[in-house]
Design a protein around this ligand. Structure first.
Ligand SMILES: Nc1nc2c([nH]c(=O)n2[C@@H]2O[C@H](COP(=O)(O)OP(=O)(O)OP(=O)(O)O)[C@@H](O)[C@H]2O)c(=O)[nH]1
Length: 128
């Protein structure tokens, strides 16, 4: 099964959320930045690499949240979320339609990729 990590990047009490582009799988759904882990890297290495590739920023990686196993109609994944902090770099949306800093209280209003719903709920329960 596909192993995907995602970063819940905090800065000034807001988290970075990203909208997938029209041409990606799950078009226009919101997600946390991240991606598939390659076989020769740890989850932490993969997550830092993906975030730099997608957003041009450095992050530090903290606590893991509960992994989510999700089955879409055409693929299945295990999603491994990590609480992270913004370190440095100029934010650029290199692959996504848009990215934004959002407060936890507003997260549930977005049209999330289905696999992310349990992550959003856990996040709000822990920090909201
Ligand atoms: N990065 C990320 N991916 C997620 C999340 N939730 C979720 O279902 N996914 C799915 O997990 C996969 C992550 O792969 P990716 O980001 O590296 O790949 P991609 O879609 O750019 O490339 P692909 O179209 O070749 O699959 C995507 O199919 C994406 O739809 C999430 O919060 N973050």
């Amino acid at each position: 099964m596909l192993r995907v990590t995602c970063a819940i990047i905090f800065k000034d009490n807001k988290v970075l959320i990203a909208q997938r582009s029209k041409s990606m799988k799950l078009p226009l759904k919101w997600e946390f930045p991240g991606g598939k882990i390659e076989t020769d890297e740890t989850m932490e290495e993969g997550l830092k690499r993906e975030v730099m590739e997608e957003l041009n920023i450095n992050i530090s990686i903290g606590e893991a949240l509960s992994p989510v196993e999700h089955h879409y109609h055409d693929f299945s994944l295990n999603l491994y979320p990590f609480v992270c902090a913004y370190l440095d770099g100029n934010l650029e949306a290199k692959e996504h339609a848009q990215v934004k800093w959002e407060s936890l209280a507003n997260l549930e209003a977005y049209d999330w990729a289905e696999a992310d719903m349990p992550v959003v709920k856990e996040l709000i329960k822990m920090f909201g």
